[in-house]
Ligand binder design. Sequence first.
Ligand code: XMP
Length: 318
Amino acid sequence: DWTPDAFVESTVKALKEKLGNDKVIMGLSGGVDSSVAAFLLNKAIGTNLHCIFVDNGLLRKDEYATVLESYKGLGLNVKGVDAADRFYEALVGESDPEKKRKIIGGMFIEVFDEESHKVEGAKWLGQGTIYPDVIESVSATGGPSATIKSHHNVGGLPDFMKLKVVEPLRLLFKDEVRRVGRSLEIPEIIIGRHPFPGPGLGIRILGDITKEKVRILQEVDHIFISGLKKWDLYDKVWQAGVILLPVQSVGVMGDERTYEKAVALRAVESTDGMTADWVHLPYDFLAEISNKIINGVKGINRVTYDISSKPPATIEWE
Ligand code: XMP
């Protein structure tokens, strides 16, 4: 007889007792988990919660500005930090997926640490960890799956931060997190959001990352995601995105031959991200999106749709 209202009430009460008048710092990603965790903490301790939202330059188009504004509008004590160029510089020339993840994760920690030092006397670090994160991290510490991707947001804290961790969603699954978010009256634009990886578009640009590739991928992704919304498909899909492929192929435009990049659209159904099926999106929808991308985004002349399920494929390509 778990209910989101009862969870909010008991969690807020427990957080108040646990945290008293202590300050908590927390990094926000714009995603559902960190947002819901932050609003729970906000309800418990108000401005003693200091949120930091870093623009790593690898977010979706306009996401940084839009999400930051909506957090502020909802009364969250949040500071935006535009660090995009620092991430791009650190990533120059790197193509290896795990190294890219490490660079992005490392730079986030560097920026976050600088910001957290500005919050004097903070005792706690808030995190949006949910139950599946906990399980995946445990299984990644040993055994045959030890080489599993380093995409774990758990246990990666640098020692020097020396903060106690508070994770109000640690026992919840994603659907429960969303129900808690609705009970907290967080707007649907945040709650209904698809999962998005921490390294963002950095792992959806196969090969090395440049500012220009990010810009192109943001445009394509925006066409796909807004198309899903327009066709009323967004909420029927667990996660969707676009991968910029390190492939060029020949096309024709007027009398000219082109030799440009290809993208792969990806849309999956899932309940927890551990297994996933590709979504049978309507052909008419795919046709419209493909035309819009090829006619609207310079540098792309071919659109493909990924029809692989997990396992054995993963949701992301890197
Ligand atoms: P895969 O690609 O392993 O992804 O099937 C499963 C889910 O995890 C997300 N993902 C990540 N999330 N950092 C994250 O925070 C990462 O490095 C990362 N890699 C994958 C992916 O988007 C999907 O929701």
